[in-house]
Ligand binder design. Structure first.
Ligand code: MF3
Ligand code: CO
Ligand code: CO
Length: 278
């Protein structure tokens, strides 16, 4: 604890741009997420858009944390029982699949990191419920953010909401500080107790990105060194935003024209105020 960076005004301006651009990649790819497309094709389309249209750098490509092999693609595509870090390839999407697409771009040295869930055709009732609850979990966690709050407040509300629905929270992966570095302090756990861990200060920037399983929380790693699946092969969902802590609340940085609206339970608690609560 204790080395969470406080961003300068210049950093915050750069992070707003990077965040919007990351979200715009998701806007761009949305119409292509259909039965018959391969995850490799989604990666190719996003990669071209980032490099040629946005002039951004895909942060995942060749990303190599200690103990890992270099990540081989520009985006992550996590289908059905894949929890996170699915590597795009020959897999063809079919009706009923659910997929998380996770985008991290670098612009002028700053990282924007965001992911959404997509339905391929008509989702099952379970897939829809898991996706909706996970979206609410992310937003409930975000809604706790303000100077003086605790990281444990975020984890607690996320865990409570997922477990109340009969789902489970993945423990091995968490949100993270982000800026000129892709993954920095703090770790933002998606479970925990209120009033514990670091206290938030205005100018901190981190992600909230809960991974929620329909079955048990245990995971297994595939032989490719990256792909994480649920151990019991149950469905898994994830949403992610990059968020700035302000004195009185938060500002979601990964927003764009087609960002999904916050869920009703957040709109209600903020009485119609916009998503970015300054
Ligand atoms: N974007 C992921 C996150 O939310 C990290 C992906 S690392 C990669 O932190 F190398 F797999 F892309
Ligand atoms: Co992230
Ligand atoms: Co991400």
């Amino acid at each position: 604890m204790g080395s969470i960076s406080i961003k300068t005004d210049e950093d915050i301006a750069g992070m707003r741009v990077a965040g919007r651009l990351a979200s715009e990649v998701l806007d761009f790819i949305t119409p292509y997420v259909k039965a018959g497309v391969s995850t490799g094709e989604l990666d190719r389309l996003c990669h071209e858009y980032m490099v040629n249209v946005q002039q951004t750098i895909p942060a995942p490509l060749n990303y190599c944390p200690p103990g890992y092999t270099p990540y081989p693609k520009a985006i992550c595509t996590s289908v059905n029982d894949v929890v996170c870090h699915g590597i795009p390839g020959d897999k063809v999407l079919k009706n009923g699949d659910v997929i998380n697409i996770d985008i991290t771009v670098i612009k002028a040295g700053y990282h924007g990191d965001t992911s959404r869930m997509f339905y391929v055709g008509q989702p099952s009732i379970l897939a829809r419920r898991l996706t909706d609850i996970t979206y609410e979990c992310m937003w409930l966690g975000i809604s706790k953010i303000r100077a003086g709050a605790y990281l444990g407040d975020i984890g607690h509300v996320i865990q409570q909401h997922a477990e109340k629905a009969g789902f489970s929270i993945v423990r091995e992966f968490c949100g993270h500080g982000i800026g000129k570095i892709f993954h920095e302090e703090p770790q933002v756990l998606h479970y925990g107790r209120p009033g514990t861990l670091d206290q938030l200060q205005a100018g901190m920037i981190f992600t909230v990105e809960p991974m929620v399983n329909a079955g048990k929380r245990e995971i297994r790693e595939m032989g490719d060194g990256w792909t994480i699946k649920t151990r019991d092969r149950s469905l898994s969902a994830q949403w992610e935003h990059t968020v700035l802590v302000t004195e009185t609340g938060y500002e979601v940085l990964t927003v764009s024209a087609a960002s999904p609206a916050p869920p009703a339970l957040i709109e209600e608690s903020h009485a119609g105020k916009p998503a970015a609560v300054a």
